[in-house]
Ligand binder design. Structure first.
Ligand SMILES: Cc1cc2nc3c(=O)[nH]c(=O)nc-3n(C[C@H](O)[C@H](O)[C@H](O)COP(=O)(O)OP(=O)(O)OC[C@H]3O[C@@H](n4cnc5c(N)ncnc54)[C@H](O)[C@@H]3O)c2cc1C
Length: 491
C-alpha cells in the first residue's frame, strides 16, 4: 500500500509526485491514463500542434455553443506524462497579485500573493538569475526566447505606444501590466514541463511507482473517507490503496469527472446518470471558466515573418530533429502584453499574444492542413471571462467523455471585450514600428467595418486559449468543492 496515490501525471501530478517522494520513507504511486512523453513532438516547444488529435491528446469537444454560431469547439488536453504541460505553448505567466490576494481575503488563508510567491520562486530556475520575484535554484527552467522575429519586437513597441503601457521585461512580479516578450519554460531548446523538471529526476526512486496507460474509473470510499482509487489497465480492473491521501490531479475536466463517477457531486445529476450518490456536493463540475481569444491577422509582404510552406515546414522539422534548431525550438507565441481597457480596474482585463505565423482558418474546430503563407496574428484574449459553464456526466461509463458546456459568450460582456480587443489590435497594427510589417488585413478583413461585422467574425474565429478552470473550486461557501487545504469538503 502507498502513503499517497496521485491521479494524473500532468503539470500538478508530476510536481507532487516528485515533492512527496523526496522523503524516502514515504511511498507514492502516480497513476496516468496516457503514456510516454519521450517523443520529438513533446520535446520541441513549437511542435505541440502536431500532438493534437493523436493518442497523446484527450481531444475533447464542447457541446454546440449557442452564442458562438452553434460551434462545437475543440479542447486539446494532454493524455501523456506531463499532461497538458506536454502539449502547451510553454509561456511562463503567473497570475496578478490581486487574484491571489482576492482568494486570501475571501476566506482561504495561505493563498495570498506574499504566501505563494516563495513557492513560485522555490520551483523556478530563472535563467536571468535570482531577483525579488524570481528564484534561480529550482528545477523548472524559465528562459528568454532567442531569435525573435523582427515583427514580434515591433509588436511589443507598438502595443506599448497605443495602449500607453510600459515596455516591460517581466510580466510575473505581481502586476502584469505592460508590453514585452514572453518568457518560456524551456531548457536548452527542449520543453521543460513538470515531467522533465520534477518527475524525471525522481523516477529512479524506489519509493515512487508510476503507472501509465491506466484509466482511473472512480474512488474507493469507506464511509466519508477515500481510501484508494479504481483503475483500468488494459482489460484488468485494479485498485490502488492509500494509507494517507488520494490526490486528484486530473485537471479541470478529469478531476470533476472522477468525483462525479464516484458519486460525489450534485445529487440530482448523479441520480439522472444512474450513479449512486455517495456525497451530495453541488459545486463539482460547476463554475467552469475559460479564456477565449480571437485573431486579427495580416499578410506580411515585406518578408519580416516566417514563411510557412510545405518545404519550410519539412526543413524546420529536420532542423529541430538534427540540431534542436529552427522555429520549433521556440514557442510560436513570442510577444504580448496586458492592458486595462477602462479606468478603475484592479488588474488588466485584456491580454495580447503575438504570433509571427499564420493561424488556423477559420478556427481549430476541425483538423485543417497547416495554414501556409506569410502572415502575422495579433490575438487579444479575455483574462476574467464572466460566462460560466459546467462539466457534467454524459453517462456512468468512465470511458465516455463528460459533457463540456462552457457557455461561451452567455455573458455578452465577454464578446464586447473581444470587440474592443479587435479594435485595439487594428490600432496597434497601424502604429509604427509594426505598421511597416503589416500588409492587407486578412481577418476580420477590411469589410468588417461595423461592430456587428466584428462580432460575426469573432464568433466564427474565436478559440479557447486552453485554460479551463474552476470546476473543483476552493472556498468556504456552499458551492466550494475543496477547502483552503484542498481537501474535498465533507469527506
Ligand atoms: C494547447 C495548450 C496550450 C497551453 N498553453 C499554455 C501556456 O503557454 N502557458 C501556461 O501556463 N498554460 C498553458 N496551457 C494550460 C496548462 O497547460 C494547464 O493549465 C496545465 O497543464 C494544467 O495542469 P493540470 O495538472 O491541472 O492538468 P493536466 O496537465 O492536464 O494533467 C491532468 C493529467 O491527468 C490525467 N488524467 C485525467 N483523467 C484521468 C483519469 N481518469 N485516469 C488517469 N489519468 C487521468 C491526464 O491524462 C493528464 O496527464 C495550455 C494548455 C493547452 C492544452
Amino acid at each position: 500500500m502507498s502513503d499517497y496515490v496521485i491521479v494524473g501525471a500532468g503539470s500538478a501530478g508530476c510536481t507532487l509526485a516528485a515533492r512527496l517522494s523526496e522523503d524516502p520513507a514515504c511511498k507514492v504511486t502516480l497513476i496516468e491514463a496516457g503514456g510516454s512523453e519521450k517523443t520529438m513532438n513533446v520535446r520541441g516547444p513549437g511542435l505541440y500542434f502536431a500532438l493534437w488529435r493523436t493518442a497523446r491528446d484527450w481531444a475533447f469537444t464542447t457541446e454546440p455553443q449557442e452564442h458562438v454560431d452553434g460551434r462545437r469547439m475543440f479542447w486539446p488536453r494532454g493524455k501523456v506524462i506531463g499532461g497538458s504541460g506536454s502539449l502547451n505553448a510553454s509561456l511562463y505567466v503567473r497570475g496578478h497579485r490581486s487574484d491571489s490576494d482576492g482568494w486570501r481575503d475571501a476566506g482561504t488563508p495561505g493563498w495570498g500573493w506574499d504566501d505563494v510567491l516563495p513557492l513560485f520562486k522555490r520551483s523556478q530556475k530563472q535563467r536571468r538569475g535570482a531577483s525579488a520575484a524570481h528564484g534561480a535554484a529550482g528545477p523548472l527552467d524559465v528562459d528568454d526566447q532567442q531569435g525573435l522575429a523582427p515583427a514580434s519586437l515591433a509588436f511589443a513597441e507598438a502595443l506599448a505606444a497605443v495602449c500607453k503601457v510600459p515596455a516591460v521585461t517581466c510580466f510575473n512580479g505581481g502586476d502584469s501590466t505592460g508590453a514585452g516578450h514572453y518568457q518560456v519554460t524551456v531548457r536548452d531548446r527542449v520543453r521543460c514541463s513538470t515531467a522533465l523538471a520534477f518527475l524525471e529526476p525522481a523516477r529512479a526512486r524506489p519509493n515512487l511507482t508510476v503507472v501509465t496507460g491506466a484509466l482511473v474509473t472512480g474512488l474507493v470510499l469507506d464511509g466519508t473517507r477515500v481510501t484508494g482509487v479504481r483503475y483500468r489497465a488494459g482489460k484488468k480492473d485494479e485498485i490502488a490503496r492509500a494509507e494517507r491521501e488520494v490526490i486528484l490531479c486530473g485537471g479541470a475536466i478529469g478531476s470533476p469527472h472522477i468525483l462525479l463517477l464516484s458519486g460525489i457531486g450534485p445529487a440530482a445529476q448523479l441520480r439522472a446518470a444512474d450513479v449512486k450518490v455517495a456525497h451530495d456536493l453541488p459545486g463539482v463540475g460547476q463554475n467552469l471558466q475559460d479564456h477565449l481569444l480571437t485573431t486579427v491577422t495580416y499578410d506580411t509582404p515585406g518578408g519580416s515573418t516566417l514563411a510557412l510552406t510545405r518545404i519550410s515546414l519539412m526543413a524546420s522539422l529536420l532542423r529541430y530533429a538534427v540540431a534542436k534548431g529552427g522555429p520549433f525550438a521556440r514557442s510560436p507565441v513570442e510577444a504580448g502584453g496586458f492592458v486595462h481597457t477602462r479606468a478603475g480596474l484592479r488588474a488588466p482585463d485584456l491580454q495580447f499574444h503575438f504570433v509571427p505565423w499564420p493561424t488556423d482558418d477559420p478556427n481549430t474546430d476541425e483538423k485543417h492542413p497547416p495554414p501556409y503563407g506569410r502572415r502575422l496574428s495579433i490575438l487579444p484574449s479575455l483574462i476574467y471571462p464572466e460566462s460560466r459553464g459546467e462539466i457534467r456526466l454524459r453517462s456512468n461509463d468512465p470511458a465516455a467523455a463528460p459533457v463540456i458546456e462552457p457557455r461561451y459568450f452567455s455573458e455578452s460582456a465577454d464578446l464586447e471585450l473581444l470587440v474592443t480587443g479587435v479594435k485595439l489590435s487594428r490600432e496597434i497594427a497601424a502604429a509604427e514600428p509594426l505598421a511597416r510589417h503589416c500588409g492587407a488585413e486578412v481577418r476580420p478583413g477590411p469589410a468588417a467595418t461595423t461592430d456587428d461585422a466584428i462580432r460575426a467574425s469573432i464568433r466564427r474565429h474565436v478559440n479557447t486559449i486552453f485554460h479551463p478552470v474552476g470546476t473543483c473550486a476552493m472556498g468556504t461557501g456552499a458551492d466550494a468543492v475543496v477547502d483552503p487545504e484542498l481537501r474535498v469538503r465533507g469527506l
